[in-house]
Design a protein around this ligand. Structure first.
Ligand code: DX5
Ligand code: ZN
Length: 215
């Protein structure tokens, strides 16, 4: 069954813990946390302090998406007992191989994200080392944008490579995910859907999570 990682970017930040308990009630699999620095992406969100403060407030594992420059300088800030994945952007890492090893040495799983204009081939020599590939289906920085269809092609490409080379990374998709495209995303090989506005802007958040999980 496909997993769901609701992104708190679209949640009400004045009551974050309550909002996360709503997705937990609905049966979400992860909490997706979007860290933005105003440099790699035009927006600023939150850093390690907020992530640390959420540890123990939910039993869901954390899926940390770093949209920051020099992530290698900040990895430790995002380590909590609940951190399962830390994902960095291929475009933000000059020494991607080293950063991936650093993440793993901290005892968590390592993910690499690619922007809409970055080809899957840019990951050729790192795929064997990563636990997750995050395919961005919008330009990172904001919630509520329109899904860019070429992400589908990239996901099936990754799924084929994974099968032919017997690799075991999971494929996550992030941006413009809705109930309308979730099934198609699963069909091309997605393991984890990230959904921000489609979950947190719903009238009934736990019910929306259940709808995703039922697909
Ligand atoms: C965008 C973030 C996403 C964002 C997705 O840069 O990485 O996780 O929350 O939001 P929606 O689902 O609204 O497109
Ligand atoms: Zn994200």
């Amino acid at each position: 069954m496909i997993k769901l990682a609701p992104s708190i970017l679209s949640a009400d930040f004045s009551r974050l813990a309550e909002q996360v308990s709503l997705i937990e009630q609905g049966g979400a699999d992860y909490v997706h946390m979007d860290v933005m620095d105003g440099a790699f992406v035009p927006n600023i969100t939150f850093g390690g302090l907020v992530v640390q403060s959420m540890a123990g407030r939910t039993s869901l594992p954390f899926d940390i998406h770093l949209m920051i420059e020099h992530p290698e300088q900040r990895l430790q800030d995002f380590i909590t007992p609940q951190t399962e994945f830390i994902t960095v952007h291929q475009e933000a890492c000059t020494h991607l191989h080293r950063v991936v090893q650093q993440i793993k040495s901290l005892g968590v799983k390592a993910g690499v994200a690619i922007n809409p204009a970055t080809p899957v081939s840019a990951l050729e020599y790192i795929l064997a080392d990563v636990d997750m590939v995050l395919v961005m289906s919008v330009n990172p920085g904001f919630g509520g944008q329109k899904f860019i269809p070429s992400a589908m092609v990239k996901i099936s490409e990754l799924d084929e490579i994974r099968k032919s080379e017997e690799l075991d990374f999971v494929i996550e998709v992030d941006g413009g995910v809705s109930l309308d495209n979730a099934r198609a995303l699963e069909a091309v090989g997605t393991d984890i859907l990230v959904a921000g506005s489609a979950v947190f802007k719903a009238e009934d958040v736990p019910e929306r999570v259940r709808q995703f999980k039922k697909l």
